[in-house]
Design a protein around this ligand. Structure first.
Ligand SMILES: *Cc1c(COP(=O)(O)O)cnc(C)c1O
Length: 345
C-alpha cells in the first residue's frame, strides 16, 4: 500500500531516470581519484556553487563535520544558530570528534543570525577564551520554517566574517529550494562563502549523498579527513550518477513542491484547531500548531491520518511538520486536505 509520506523529503526514492543512470554509470576507484562519474558530479557541483572544487560525501552531516574539522583545531569555536541542524541534529560530532566548541546564537524570526550579535560573540585575544574560527548559517533554515536567507544578508555576513578573520560555511542542505524560492541562481547565495554543503538525497531525490564545496586547498584537506572518517568510497560513481540527474533535472522542479506546500498550508490553516506556527511556507515545509482542545492527544491525530495512508512529522510539543517533495502529487495534496477536513467533525 502506498503511503503519502510527509515526514521529510529524505524519504524520496530515486526516479527511474536515476536508476537507469546508476546502472549505466562509468566507475573507478574514487580513493585514487579515478571515478569519472564522481569527478563529473564534483566539478558540476562546484561550478554551480561558484566554488573551485567539490567533494562527494556520504551525508550532509559528514559534509558539515568535514567543513568544521578542515577549518578548526581542538579548542576552537564555531558560531551557529541555536536552531541550526549542526547544533541540534549532528550528534555533537564537532565536539566528540574534533574537540570543537559551539557558540550558539538565537535565530531571528527570519532564520538569520543578528550581525551585531555575531560581532559581539567573536572572541578577542584573551587567554581565557577559545578562539572563534568559523560561522555556520543554514539555508533554507529548517527549524525556523524552511525559511530562505537572502543573498543580501549573505554578502553582509561574509563581509563581517572577513573583517573578523572567520571562515563562513553554509549548511545548504536545501540551498536549491532557497534559490528557487528567491528566483536567483544558486551561486548568488553561496559564492561569497568559504564552503557549502548541500544534500542530493532530499528534495533532489538521489538515494545517497551530499557535496561539500570550497577552494582547492580546502577540499584537498577535507578529502584527507573524509578518508580518516571512513568516507573514502570506491566505485561511488554508481551513487554519483543519480546525483548528476539531481543537478541536471531535479533542481528545476522544486517550485512544484513549494506550490503544494502553500496549497496545504492555505487549506489546513482554515480548519479549526490548526494554525501556521511558522508563518506561510516559503519553500517545501509547513509547520502547524495543533490546538489542545481540538486534539488533546497527538497520537489520535497521527493514527487517524495513518488510517488514510498519510504520514506526518512531529516537530514540537504541539507542532506538526509536513514536507512536500517529488513523490507528493496534486491528487495526494487533495486527499490530505479532504482527510484533514474530516478529522474535526
Ligand atoms: C538533513 C540536513 C542535514 C544533514 O543531512 P544528512 O544527509 O541527513 O546527514 C544538514 N542540515 C540540514 C539543515 C538538514 O536538513
Amino acid at each position: 500500500m502506498k503511503y503519502i509520506d510527509l515526514r521529510s523529503d529524505t524519504v524520496t526514492v530515486p526516479t527511474d531516470e536515476m536508476r537507469a543512470a546508476m546502472a549505466a554509470a562509468e566507475v573507478g576507484d574514487d580513493v585514487y581519484g579515478e571515478d569519472p562519474t564522481v569527478n563529473q558530479l564534483e566539478s558540476k557541483a562546484a561550478a554551480l556553487m561558484g566554488m573551485e572544487q567539490g567533494l562527494f560525501v556520504t551525508s550532509g552531516t559528514m559534509g558539515n563535520l568535514l567543513a568544521i574539522l578542515t577549518t578548526c583545531q581542538r579548542g576552537d569555536e564555531v558560531i551557529m544558530g541555536q536552531y541550526g541542524h549542526t547544533f541540534l541534529h549532528e550528534v555533537g560530532g564537532m565536539s566528540a570528534l574534533g574537540g570543537i566548541f559551539a557558540n550558539t546564537l538565537p535565530n531571528q524570526k527570519d532564520g538569520t543570525l543578528d550581525l551585531e550579535m555575531i560581532s559581539q560573540a567573536v572572541r578577542g585575544t584573551d587567554i581565557h577564551e577559545p578562539r572563534t574560527k568559523m560561522i555556520i548559517v543554514e539555508n533554507t533554515q529548517n527549524q525556523c520554517g524552511g525559511l530562505v536567507i537572502s543573498s543580501g544578508y549573505m554578502w553582509e555576513l561574509s563581509a563581517l566574517a572577513k573583517k573578523k578573520g572567520l571562515a563562513l560555511h553554509i549548511d545548504g542542505a536545501r540551498i536549491f529550494n532557497a534559490a528557487v524560492a528567491l528566483g536567483c541562481p544558486v551561486d548568488a547565495l553561496t559564492a561569497m562563502a568559504d564552503s557549502v554543503t548541500f544534500c542530493l538525497s532530499k528534495g533532489l531525490c538521489a538515494p545517497v549523498g551530499s557535496v561539500l564545496c570550497g577552494s582547492e586547498d580546502f577540499i584537498t584537506k577535507a578529502r584527507r579527513l573524509r578518508k580518516m572518517l571512513g568516507g573514502g568510497m570506491r566505485q561511488a560513481g554508481v551513487l554519483a550518477a543519480a546525483g548528476i540527474v539531481s543537478l541536471d533535472k531535479m533542481t528545476k522542479r522544486l517550485e512544484e513542491d513549494h506550490a503544494r506546500a502553500t496549497r496545504l498550508a492555505d487549506a489546513i490553516s482554515k480548519i479549526p484547531g490548526f494554525s501556521l506556527s511558522k508563518g506561510k511556507p516559503q519553500t517545501n515545509m509547513v509547520f502547524l500548531e495543533v490546538a489542545e482542545d481540538i486534539f488533546p492527544n497527538f497520537d489520535v491525530l497521527k493514527e487517524r491520518l495513518e488510517e488514510e495512508r498519510i504520514l506526518i512529522g512531529f516537530s514540537g510539543e504541539r507542532e506538526v511538520r509536513l514536507v512536500t517533495h517529488y513523490w507528493i502529487h496534486d491528487e495526494d495534496v487533495e486527499h490530505i486536505i479532504a482527510t484533514w477536513e474530516n478529522l474535526v467533525d
